[in-house]
Design a protein around this ligand. Structure first.
Ligand SMILES: [Zn+2]
Ligand SMILES: [Zn+2]
Length: 67
């Protein structure tokens, strides 16, 4: 079962797709991981990172953005 890469549209076996994403498009990251994060979390308005909770987001802001 092949699935197209959402970025470059090339076809990959399902098991290889996340590997391809990580190596060819590291800025996109793992789609499964992103899905997980979207279900769980809060999004940083500055860099778009998704954190599992409001608390984690506050910590992220302090650590990454110095807020
Ligand atoms: Zn690709
Ligand atoms: Zn951020």
């Amino acid at each position: 079962m092949e699935r197209p890469c959402p970025v470059c549209k090339e076809l990959f076996p399902e098991s290889k797709l996340s590997e391809h994403l990580l190596s060819a498009h590291p800025e996109v990251g793992d789609p499964e991981l992103q899905k997980m994060h979207q279900r769980a979390g809060d999004k940083c308005p500055i860099c778009g990172a998704v954190l599992p909770s409001g608390e984690a987001l506050a910590e992220h802001n302090a650590r990454v953005h110095g807020l």
